[in-house]
Design a protein around this ligand. Structure first.
Ligand SMILES: [Zn+2]
Length: 422
């Protein structure tokens, strides 16, 4: 007997409530109606990260089950189909597990974005998004490559999708009415932002009518320090005051990163000159492994993050169109403390040994002048072996303008050594 989503939800409700009620020791006082919202959050995270969905890899049966569940939830929340009379936006792409494969080589795949609309009959629209696809049984992107176990993806990113649904519930009751709101659950993110790239290429309205985008990716581990990382704050001067007001209203502490480019779907909007921020509660050891499970999710914190996003929308309600500002991703935000830069864009989703270059962003920068290329993997910089992005940051930290350093890169099967001049 195939269970309907409703029967599965009832069964999961029983299981998840048993499992989770114990861990909210630091929960603050909450409005009575948020009790029902809290268990909806638990159930949404529980269902989406259940083995039943096999890690929700794009193009699989698990992805389609999740998509159907989201359509049902969007309907329950009173949203309308986001694409005329359709909830689902299929998109085709070609994917190869080999990061060096030429463009267009690989297996064809079809992913499915799920789109719901809160129609305020307004001229302008806000996009709130979260990817719902996951890593399936591991493989590409897994930090446990030897493990072909289900990567349940509770924090990455069932948490963001559950928060998206809670934001829809709260905005239905909000006085913020100057924008329509499109709620988008993207697929194809883990394989390379394919769903959001397609969505911005096929927007249901002119890009000029989209005021801004809020992206939720890994928001399930807020924890006691109530610290929320917000990237993309440099993509409009309007963000700062609104973020501060929303943080005050929710007692969250923000760690801001102005960079508009990052390892998630907000980047697709930034590249279309649409101001976009990414909400994130931080990396952890379970990231991209089979142990990213629902019992580790801070559900009270998840509701706080959702409420924060709602406050942000309310703060910006009268602002109309937000002015867009390009960010100098190398020197701002994450690299604010460095005195030098290589002039590259790191591949944030690369899981191999080293730091893979997603792009040489400055042809006249040290990397450009030294002949480094997209796809190169830096394994040594100066005196530092580069195992990941953090080692790269440490290596940059040790360098000063005017310094010359040896850099070793892996290009295909070759190891190349050259010098970079800062
Ligand atoms: Zn993610």
């Amino acid at each position: 007997m195939t269970r309907t989503p409703v029967q599965t939800r009832a069964l999961l409700l029983f299981l998840v409530v048993i499992l989770l009620t114990a861990n909210a020791g630091w929960a603050q006082e909450r409005a009575p109606e948020s009790g029902a919202a809290l268990h909806d959050l638990r159930v949404d995270v529980g269902y989406l990260s259940a083995d039943h969905l096999e890690g929700r890899e794009t193009g699989t049966a698990g992805e389609r089950l999740a998509a159907q569940y989201l359509v049902d939830r969007f309907q329950e929340l009173g949203l309308q189909p986001g694409l005329d009379d359709s909830w689902i936006q299929p998109f085709d792409f070609t994917f190869s597990a080999n990061p060096h494969a030429p463009q267009g080589e690989g297996m064809p795949r079809t992913g499915h974005n799920v789109v719901g609309l809160l129609d305020r009959e307004a001229e302008r629209t806000v996009v709130i998004g979260a990817h719902y696809d996951g890593l399936g049984y591991g493989g590409v992107g897994s930090r446990a490559p030897g493990d072909s176990l289900i990567h349940n993806g509770a924090d990455d990113n069932a948490s963001g999708v559950a928060a998206l649904l809670e934001i829809a519930r709260q905005l239905q009751a909000s006085d913020a009415r100057s924008h329509n709101v499109l709620f988008v659950a993207f697929s194809g993110e883990e394989l390379g932002l394919y769903g959001s790239k397609h969505f911005v290429e096929a927007l249901p309205m002119p890009a000029e009518q989209v005021s801004y985008m809020i992206n939720l990716d890994m928001v399930g581990r807020l924890g006691e320090n109530q610290r929320l990382v917000v990237s993309g704050t440099g993509t409009s001067p309007a963000w700062s005051a609104a973020l501060d007001a929303a943080a005050d209203a929710t007692d969250l502490t923000l760690a801001e990163d102005p960079s508009g480019l990052g390892a998630s779907d907000h980047t697709s909007f930034y590249l279309e000159d649409i101001p976009a921020v990414h909400l994130f509660t931080g990396a952890h050891d379970d990231y991209h492994t089979p142990t990213d499970d629902s019992h580790r999710i801070d559900v009270d914190g998840l509701q706080d993050v959702a409420t924060f996003a709602v406050r942000l929308v309310e703060e910006l309600d009268d602002d109309g169109d937000l002015p867009f500002t390009e960010t100098d991703n190398e020197r701002q935000g994450r690299q604010m403390s460095f005195n030098v830069s290589l002039g590259i864009m790191p591949d944030y989703v690369f899981e191999g040994e080293g730091l893979r270059l997603d792009a040489v962003t400055d042809a006249d920068g040290p990397a450009g002048r030294a002949g480094l290329q997209e796809g190169d993997v830096i394994v040594r910089l100066g005196d530092t072996d580069i195992g990941d992005i953090y080692a790269y940051m440490d290596a940059l930290n040790a360098l000063e303008p005017g310094d010359t350093a040896t850099v070793v890169v892996r290009r295909g099967d070759e190891m190349l050594e050259t010098k970079v001049q800062f």
